[in-house]
Design a protein around this ligand. Sequence first.
Ligand code: SF4
Length: 101
Amino acid sequence: MTVQHEAGVQGEALEVWIDQDLCTGDGICAQYAPEVFELDIDGLAYVKSPEDELLQAPGATTPVPLTLLTDVVDSVKECPGECIHVRRVSDSVEVYGPGAE
Ligand code: SF4
């Protein structure tokens, strides 16, 4: 079941992480995809686990559900800090974000 929930580009599983060092704390990502992103009391955005747990370890990733891919990609595009990174799980290549080709 897990794979079906994490399909992304061409059906490949994707994951997302935030570089908090660059986060401006404006909250755009949490508005676009509140199921995936949330602002903590420190004013910075973090990704959440599928169980809705805030993941505060540096570089922590969470799966991108297919149903939320558009919202997550919009967050990447609108993020003023350019600090949201979406990558393939299989080879960690960034497919959306400042490091994408
Ligand atoms: S959109 Fe980017 S800069 Fe704004 S809160 Fe989210 S991660 Fe931080």
